[in-house]
Each structure stands twice: as C-alpha cells, then as structure tokens.
Design a protein around this ligand. Structure first.
Ligand SMILES: Cc1cc2nc3c(=O)[nH]c(=O)nc-3n(C[C@H](O)[C@H](O)[C@H](O)COP(=O)(O)O)c2cc1C
Length: 225
C-alpha cells in the first residue's frame, strides 16, 4: 500500500541520511559475507508484559522474515522478581535460567516498546539481573540488536537510545546501523504477517544486516572461548 499525504511516519522510517534503510548488495553483486557455515542462535527479549503487545507482534513478524541461518527463541522476562544485590550470592532459578539462556545464545535482540521516553521497567530489570553478579555479566561481548514498535510517531527512538546506553555499559557488541524505529499500524502487521511489502523488505534487510553483524563479531570474538 502506497503512503498517502496525511499519513504520518508510515512504518518503517529511515531516520537519517547517515543511517538510511539497510544497504543490500545490488542483484548479481558478489556476497559481502560467507554465510556457508553457521546458524546463529538469537535469543530475543520482548520488552513488554502486555498480553496484546505490539512488540510481540513485531517479534513474530521478525521471526517469520528472518534469514534461514538465524534461529530465534524468546528469552522470557515476565517471571523475574525485582533485582536486588542481596540475591548476588544466591540467584533464584528464574534469574539463573535467564543467564543460561543468554549463554546459550550467539546473539541477543531486544524488541521493545518505549515507556515514558525510556526502557520499560521489566526489561531494565531483566538486564540488571543478567549483568550481575559482578564479574559475571552475561552480555559481555555478545552481539546485540535493538528494534521497537510504538503507536507514537517516533517509534521508540528515545527508548532505544536509552537502551543503547545500558547495553554499552554492559559491553554488548551492538549493531549501530541500520536503526529500526517502527511506527506500528495494525493493518501493516496482521499478526505475524507483514502485509506491506516495503515494510517487509525493510525488516528483511534489517535482519540480514543483523546476521552479518553477528558473523562479524563472532569472527573477531568467537563465542564460548
Ligand atoms: C506506561 C506507558 C508509557 C508509555 N510511554 C510511551 C512513550 O514514551 N512513547 C511512545 O511512543 N509510546 C508510549 N506509550 C505507548 C506505547 O507505545 C503503547 O502502549 C505500545 O502499545 C506499547 O507496546 P506494547 O504493545 O508492545 O506493550 C506508553 C505506554 C505505557 C503503558
């Protein structure tokens, strides 16, 4: 469906000339990376606890559009108690499971809403759990991506900036471009299917760039060594 005048910020919107929509090789161009060897396990976080989360819908769309060599599984955050350093000497089972899931992942992807121009508390709580105990930061050197959907016009841009600061401190290896700020429209995301080819193409490109990013990080920093 073509955008018409009066529509605002049809998802997805490249945000700057410096970081435009994903750059893919022209048809027939030689591949940039060698994808022959690996399937990468991507643990993804949905930053919303809502039973009608549009970010969960976005995550379903991403799973459906992903290249074959990305194997996605959700890392749940809804059963975690609130983090306290008092737990550092004896993590509860839910928090140990969280850290185990990240350890078993080759990369992590954050699919998150924006709450009051920042990260939802539940997601921040999960990151705090995973980053501790001191010296056992689960995100250290882990390839990471950030994406989010909002009903608002800025498509989670401010929350993502906030999240990126947190992930920097956690020493995650973030994909910095392309960025993906999705202004959610129910007619574009029919459940896990994306009905608009332009949006589907953008998300496919985002995922291919993410796969390349994961591969680059693993080339320099092999996982679990
Ligand atoms: C506590 C709260 C704060 C919100 N703050 C923002 C905001 O800062 N920016 C924004 O674009 N939308 C904001 N929203 C609206 C969300 O974009 C909208 O509720 C969206 O559906 C949340 O994603 P989810 O459906 O995946 O939970 C807020 C919603 C809630 C409940």
């Amino acid at each position: 469906m073509k955008p018409s005048e009066g529509d605002v910020l049809l998802a997805p919107v490249p945000v700057s000339k410096e970081h435009p929509a994903p750059r893919r090789p022209a048809p027939g161009a030689p591949p940039v990376m060698n994808h022959a060897m690996s399937t990468y396990k991507v643990g993804y976080f949905v930053g919303s606890l809502s039973s009608t989360s549009i970010n969960r819908t976005l995550s379903e769309a991403l799973v459906n559009l992903a290249p074959k060599d990305l194997a996605f599984s959700e890392i749940p955050i809804d059963d975690l108690p609130l983090y306290s350093p008092d737990f550092d000497s004896d993590y509860p089972a839910e928090a140990r499971a969280l850290k185990d899931r990240i350890a078993a992942s080759d990369a992590v992807l954050f699919v998150t809403p924006e709450y009051n121009r920042s990260i939802p508390g539940a997601l921040k709580n999960a990151i705090d759990w995973a980053s501790r105990p001191w010296g056992q930061n689960s995100f250290d050197h882990v390839p990471a991506g950030v994406i989010g959907a909002s009903i608002g016009q800025i498509g989670t841009a401010v929350a993502q900036q906030s999240l990126r600061g947190v992930l920097s401190f956690c020493n995650a290896r973030q994909m910095t471009a392309p960025e993906a700020y999705i202004h959610f429209r129910p007619d574009v995301f029919a459940g896990g299917e994306v009905t608009d080819e332009e949006t589907a193409g953008f998300l496919r490109g985002y995922l291919e760039e993410f796969r390349d990013h994961v591969e680059r990080v693993h080339t320099v920093i092999p996982r679990n060594q």
